[in-house]
Write a protein that binds this ligand. Structure first.
Ligand code: GAR
Length: 197
């Protein structure tokens, strides 16, 4: 069985979209894959409740309890690697995981570490993407699913979704419009990757 481990820091709506799609589309039978665990760096992450309700394994690893980024990432990798199966390395999915990962961590999961970012990369890497898009007068905004590399928010692009910026949009309204598209493209990209394996 190919295990997918999803990392979150907050609401977890992308994680929930992936879990629901996996169930609805029968990833277990189709691809021999399942969402095995949801891990958060914050105990208060709302998404953990959904994961628990779904009967998924959950874990919390508080980054503040570690003396360095390297120490946190090392502990995180140890948690994740529990879900490796013989010949079936785990797929790691960042879904609103708001931590910068060390090059060591990124290298360890090279080619099997995905992220979703709420902008049309390479535009607006980093934080406050929708406010920056509004401030720049963009007519379109969107989201990007990409492979994670050591270069923050700049790995190879796997999919993008575009939404219009409408008159009167606030960052919150625009974020919500983008998020509905994130929920479609992220599960789709993961299914495509699983299909190829
Ligand atoms: C999503 O919009 C995701 O693209 C973004 O955080 C939100 C998480 O929502 N991620 C980043 O900004 C990463 N740099 P969710 O917890 O409801 O999935």
């Amino acid at each position: 069985m190919k295990n997918i481990v999803i990392l979150i820091s907050g609401g977890g709506s992308n994680m929930a979209a992936i879990v629901k799609t996996a169930r609805r589309d029968g990833w277990q039978d189709k691809f021999g894959a399942r969402v095995a665990a949801v891990i958060s760096n914050k105990a208060s992450a709302q998404g953990l409740l959904f994961a628990q309700e779904q009967g998924l394994a959950t874990g919390v690893l508080d980054h503040k309890a570690f003396g360095s980024r390297e120490a946190f990432d090392e502990a995180l990798a140890k948690e994740i690697d529990r879900y490796d199966e013989p010949g079936q390395p785990v797929l790691v999915v960042l879904a609103g995981f708001m931590r910068i990962l060390t090059p060591g961590f990124v290298g360890r999961y090279a080619g099997r570490l995905l992220n979703i970012h709420p902008s049309l990369l390479p535009a607006f890497a980093g934080l406050h993407t929708q406010q920056r898009a509004l401030d720049a007068g963009c007519k379109f905004a969107g989201a990007t699913v990409h492979q994670v590399t050591a270069d923050l928010d700049h790995g190879p692009i796997l999919a993008q979704a575009v939404v219009p910026v409408l008159p009167g949009d606030t960052a919150e309204v625009l974020s919500a419009r983008v998020l509905t598209q994130e929920h479609l493209i992220y599960p789709r990209v993961i299914a495509e990757l699983l299909q190829k394996q």
